[in-house]
Design a protein around this ligand. Structure first.
Ligand code: GLU
Length: 471
């Protein structure tokens, strides 16, 4: 059975790149009828924070991911200790008493000679007696993995193809720090092996770690899983996507009013597309049916915010149901202070305006005239009202509303036609007068849509207030 995992470190908000890793890992498991594990890698006590973990879970849930098993590395230290012991027993690991100063010396020396640094192996040959006496002296030590000299580690990556790295490039590396905490390269192997992970899907920044991990798998007699290293995501300027490019965390997009369905769909297309298809809009179920790691592009993907926005707009307009839209947008309308107590009215507004915005923050702006009682009219727009025959137009409009309903944009247009004929004004004067009086703006949702949706008393009240202000 296929089993994959997502293994974030809770040291910050969920980055779009990590979210994509999580999604690919999840889709691959589900596509193969397998299982998906969420593992919080919080062994770095200084940088890990519970609130980041909570936020990670929230973001992943929001994106629609479910996991079959959940682990936290900080709760597994006893297990790691047991495996460190095994490596020490079998001679695959040894204590190293070199001080940070000594190591710094070695590093400087390597720099001087212009060669890549690797540990000299000074403590490799300490005898058990020497180790005992150094420990008795209270000397602090790390534990290093004994890397076989000159070994060429080769693996077939499911995305990148064959990768070969010589063990001499990295040398004996630390698996337990001097404070007793185990390091990433070690615990990741113990966990992936004990959890039965068959496919390790992660970012390509982990390629240099993979040979180290493979050596540990072998030393512990574990089966080596398959690896799939995903290419980085770049910004429009072709540098690695980072804060410099604007919003890069899932939280940013959640708060800006993107639909998780759209973000999920968009992230899938960063480096993957179904073979032989130009299609871009897919439901999660369809993605589960189609996704395969072999179709992941080995070249970097470029994140395009405009495209994501566009896709979000498509989801709002065409993909999600009105009910889903209602439920997702409601918190945004509420926090803007809009009165949403009349659910039927809110649904009616949403049904008629879903082509007007691409995100919910944009919706909050565009839908303001549907929800507030009074709108601000800038001095410039007042000037325009006074230049046009607005007083007459607006008075005529209110008069015509007596005993008559305008339920559709067509009703509004018919009414405007009558005014145009009777007063001999230009259509533009009518539409601009109404628009400024009702919204305080010249752009936005169609005024015919607004007028046919807003309750009549509210239209009359709003126009009356404007009429009062004419001198
Ligand atoms: N905790 C690691 C990270 O966040 C996970 C690496 C891995 O998937 O092996 O980069």
């Amino acid at each position: 059975m296929v089993k994959t995992r997502f293994a974030p470190s809770p040291t910050g908000y969920l980055h779009l790149g990590n979210a994509r890793t999580a999604i690919f890992s999840y889709l691959f498991a589900r596509h193969n009828g397998g299982e998906f594990v969420l593992r919080i890698e919080d062994t770095d006590r200084e940088r890990s924070r519970r609130e980041y973990e909570e936020m990670l879970l929230k973001d992943l849930e929001w994106l629609g991911m479910e996991w079959d098993e959940f682990y936290r590395q900080s709760e597994r230290f006893d297990i790691y200790r047991e495996y460190v012991e095994k490596l020490l027993q079998s001679g695959h690991a040894y204590p190293c008493f070199c001080t940070p100063e000594e190591l710094e010396e070695e590093r400087k020396e390597a720099q001087k000679r212009g060669v890549a640094y690797r540990y000299s192996g000074k403590c490799r040959a300490l005898s058990p007696d020497e180790v005992e006496s150094l420990k008795r002296e209270g000397k602090s030590f790390t534990i290093r993995f004994r890397v076989p000299e000159g070994e060429e580690v080769v693996f077939e990556d499911l995305v990148k193809g064959y990768i070969s790295i010589n063990a001499d490039d990295f040398g004996d590396f630390v698996i337990v720090r001097s404070d007793g905490s185990p390091t990433y390269n070690f615990v990741v192997v113990v966990d992936d092996a004990l959890m039965g992970i068959t496919h390790v899907v992660r970012g390509e920044d982990h390629i240099p770690n993979t040979p180290k991990q493979i050596l540990i798998y072998r030393a512990l007699g574990f089966e080596v899983p398959r690896f799939a290293h995903l290419p980085v995501i770049l910004g429009e300027d072709r540098s690695k996507l980072s804060k410099r490019h604007g919003a890069v965390s899932v939280k940013n997009y959640r708060e800006e009013g993107f639909l998780p369905e759209a973000l999920f769909n968009y992230l899938c297309l960063l480096g993957w597309s179904p073979p032989g298809s130009e299609r871009e809009i897919f439901s999660k179920e369809e993605l589960i049916g189609l996704f395969d790691l072999k179709d992941v592009n080995s070249a970097p993907a470029v994140f395009n915010r405009d495209k994501l926005r566009w896709m979000n707009g498509v989801y709002i307009r065409e993909v999600v149901s009105l009910e889903r839209l209602y439920e997702a947008i409601l918190p945004f309308l509420e926090s803007a202070g809009y009165d949403v107590s009349d659910e039927d009215y809110v649904r009616k507004v949403l049904e008629r305006t879903r082509d007007a915005y691409d995100t919910f923050t944009e919706a909050v702006e565009k839908l303001r005239p549907f929800f507030v009682d009074e709108v601000d009219i800038s001095p410039e727009f007042w000037g325009r009202l006074e230049d046009m025959r607005s007083y007459e137009v607006l008075s005529a409009f209110v008069a015509k509303l007596e005993g008559r309903d305008i339920d559709t944009p067509e009703d509004v247009k018919a009414l405007a036609k009558e005014i145009q004929k009777e007063l001999g004004v230009k259509p533009k004067e009518i539409w601009h007068s109404l628009r400024i009086a009702l919204t305080g703006q010249l752009e936005g949702v169609g005024i015919d849509v607004l007028l046919s949706t807003l309750p009549k008393e509210r239209i009359i009240r709003r126009i009356a207030r404007v009429l009062e202000r004419f001198s």
